[in-house]
Design a protein around this ligand. Structure first.
Ligand SMILES: NC(=O)c1ccc[n+]([C@@H]2O[C@H](COP(=O)([O-])OP(=O)(O)OC[C@H]3O[C@@H](n4cnc5c(N)ncnc54)[C@H](OP(=O)(O)O)[C@@H]3O)[C@@H](O)[C@H]2O)c1
Length: 330
């Protein structure tokens, strides 16, 4: 009888905090599914700005979560833990992860596993869970964006931004974006953005004149005063990134005069049941928009996972439009 070779799990690990070169492709123990979890054979994962911070030692995984990076993946169900219903070994799925996506196998709570939209291939689907869950949970579930309202998306050409533009347009909203070049703004316009603001040359608060009903903000402290200025009456500012620092000054008088709301959320640190509720809404309300062609995955490039360091360098250098996907060896 010929010998049976079993491929052990491989993953990109962070050898020490530092630049892209600290990412190493190493053999790891296979994950086992705990109660309520499934193990996936990963087809692909995608790069998020949070992965760069984790690699630098500035964004630790939540307690109990693997330190292998990767907040999303697509793949096939390989094993079911106790109590998992509605999933079968072999199902093609995508998943929102708290970590571990840069690996050939990952364990994930079953509630964070979603079907792959019928018109999206398995590798491309790896670039959907993080943008879909972030945008839907913040713009729709938290801020309650309605048809006819104006959404301001900072970083409109980012992974999050390119998705947010399309979701807001599909919901009947008007969309304003900021981006760092005319080329990137032109791409946002192709995706449906109505108001284009080059943040290097224009002041978004002056351009918008208190017209933003909802703001999806990646900058944090640096933009806080001008975001309040840009808000409409009853406006909702949702901060999801701190690219411009963590400590800002909030003019409560201005916020009060507008009856405005300021919220900040982190998808990765939400409890499992909150993530499951978000994934369930994404699958039932957002995937139909994807399947209708109204919201498309925007993939800048697909790279083999062994080139994760190159992918991190590309995202760090800027110029990536949409998502960078990392495909696992077949
Ligand atoms: N809280 C959460 O749960 C959560 C989840 C996912 C992502 N995020 C955050 O969402 C943001 C986008 O994530 P991503 O993975 O899509 O990142 P990404 O693709 O790397 O995008 C970063 C974006 O920041 C933009 N930017 C840089 N300086 C700016 C400025 N002064 N004004 C406006 N935009 C500026 C860049 O615009 P140009 O390239 O046009 O210059 C770029 O599009 C990140 O801050 C990330 O940490 C948060």
């Amino acid at each position: 009888m010929p010998p049976v070779y079993r491929l052990r799990m491989h993953a990109i690990t962070i050898s020490e905090p530092g630049g892209p070169k600290v990412l190493r492709w190493t053999e790891q123990p296979d994950p086992q599914p705990g109660p309520g979890e499934v193990v996936l054979d990963v087809a692909a994962t995608a790069v998020n700005r949070a992965d760069l911070l984790q690699r630098q030692g500035n964004y630790a995984p939540p307690p109990g979560v693997t330190d292998v990076p990767g907040l999303e993946c697509s793949g096939r169900v390989a094993a079911l833990g106790d109590g998992v219903e509605g999933l079968t070994v072999g199902d093609e799925v995508c998943a929102l992860l708290a970590g571990g996506g840069y690996a050939t196998k990952v364990a994930v709570p079953a509630g964070q596993v979603m079907p792959v939209p019928s018109n999206v291939d398995l590798v491309t689907a790896a670039g959907l869970p993080e943008v879909a869950c972030t945008v839907w949970s913040n713009v729709v579930m938290t801020a309650g964006l309605k048809a006819g309202e104006t959404l301001l998306v900072h970083g409109g050409a980012s992974g999050i931004g390119t998705h947010a533009i399309q979701v807001a347009k599909a919901l009947g909203a008007r969309v304003a974006v900021t981006a760092g070049s005319a080329e990137r703004l032109a791409r946002c316009a192709e995706l449906g953005a109505d108001v284009l603001i080059n943040y290097r040359e224009q002041d978004f608060a002056e351009e918008l004149k208190s017209a933003a009903d909802v703001i999806l903000d990646n900058m944090g402290a640096k933009y806080l005063p001008r975001n309040i200025d840009a808000l409409a009456r009853l406006g909702r500012l949702v901060v999801i990134g701190m690219q411009g620092g963590v400590k800002g000054e909030l003019n409560i008088g201005k916020l009060l005069a507008k009856s405005g709301t300021v919220t900040a959320t982190s998808l990765r640190y939400r409890p499992v049941d909150e993530k499951a509720a978000i994934c369930a809404e994404v699958a039932t309300r957002l995937w139909p928009l994807v399947e209708a062609g109204k919201v498309k995955p925007i993939i800048h490039e697909v790279l083999p996972v062994e080139r994760a360091a190159d992918a991190h360098t590309k995202l760090e250098e800027g110029g990536v439009l949409g998502k960078l996907v990392l495909a696992m060896p077949s």
